[in-house]
Design a protein around this ligand. Structure first.
Ligand SMILES: NC(=O)c1ccc[n+]([C@@H]2O[C@H](COP(=O)([O-])OP(=O)(O)OC[C@H]3O[C@@H](n4cnc5c(N)ncnc54)[C@H](O)[C@@H]3O)[C@@H](O)[C@H]2O)c1
Length: 253
């Protein structure tokens, strides 16, 4: 894809899963990548796997729920590579999803933590990134949303609310700063078989989930990272304020 060579990209939430794959794909496209995660060792591992293949990357520990930590991550990025051109905001508190029961039963601490990481944290990375992106003439923000923002579910109300909030955040940023060259889009993945999901899900559950799509297979991390790279590249230059489903046709809208 055009336009990613030597761009400075931050992937926020990239120790494992979709974020790690996105960091690797962006590095393959020639970007210099800062791999941020609350799991500092995991961030270092992702960065090392990039460097091993000849790419440019550094790992950085940070907590997306902590304003000061997010500000430091952006400063580290600018100090390390001289600026910021694009950000994939991907972190999600997946450990809390099983306790995201229903709105009567849910422990308020679970609601608060998921909002703090999945939504407020995405807002914090956005607000600390924008001045740096504008300094380089604009750039791209890509958020990881989910089809949960559209589907409705008797469980996981917090998760769905945070993802709907991310979609609104992307539309706001595009509307406010699009005329200054800043693009903000969200990707809404369906079921993506990360290593963790592959290990945790039974064949029956997987079959049911694939049956809800219009595809022969579950999603792969590279289905999402290809879209991240496209949205950040020059090829995606005229796409702004959108929520793009990468879900094998699960949600048609
Ligand atoms: N895998 C799927 O099927 C799927 C589908 C739709 C959306 N998503 C979304 O994709 C994103 C990544 O999910 P995944 O499946 O790769 O899971 P994952 O657990 O592998 O990735 C989440 C990453 O976020 C990091 N993180 C968690 N809390 C953090 C914090 N406070 N500060 C910084 N980093 C933090 C984790 O350490 C981890 O590296 C999430 O936003 C998730 O909601 C995943």
């Amino acid at each position: 894809m055009d336009g990613l060579k030597d761009k400075v990209v931050l992937v926020a939430g990239a120790a494992t899963g979709l974020g790690a794959d996105s960091a690797r794909r962006l590095a393959q496209e020639g970007a210099a990548v800062v791999v941020g995660d609350i799991d500092g060792d995991g961030a270092e591992r992702t960065a090392a796997s990039i460097v091993e293949l000849g790419g440019q990357a550094v790992g950085a520990q940070f907590d997306i729920a902590d304003d000061r930590s997010v500000a430091e991550l952006i400063s580290t990025t600018v100090r390390t590579y001289g600026g910021l051109d694009a950000v994939h905001i991907n972190a999600g508190d997946m450990g809390s999803v099983s306790r995201d029961t229903d709105i009567v039963d849910i422990d308020l601490a679970v609601w608060d933590r998921m909002i703090a990481v999945n939504l407020r944290g995405h807002m914090l990375v956005t607000r600390h990134s924008i001045p740096e992106l504008l300094r380089r003439g604009g750039g791209a923000l890509v958020y990881t949303s989910s089809i949960a923002a559209f589907t409705g579910d008797p469980q996981r109300p917090t998760y769905a609310a945070t993802k709907a909030g991310i979609n609104a955040l992307a539309r706001h940023v595009a509307s406010r700063w699009g005329s200054q060259g800043l693009r903000a889009n969200a990707i809404a993945p369906g079921l993506i078989l990360t290593d963790e999901i592959r290990e945790g899900a039974s064949p029956e559950v997987l079959k049911t989930l694939i049956g809800r799509s219009r595809s022969t297979r579950p999603g792969r991390p590279r289905d999402v990272s290809a879209m991240v790279a496209y949205l950040m590249s020059d090829d995606g230059e005229w796409i702004n304020g959108q929520v793009l489903n990468v879900d094998g046709g699960t949600v048609l809208r």
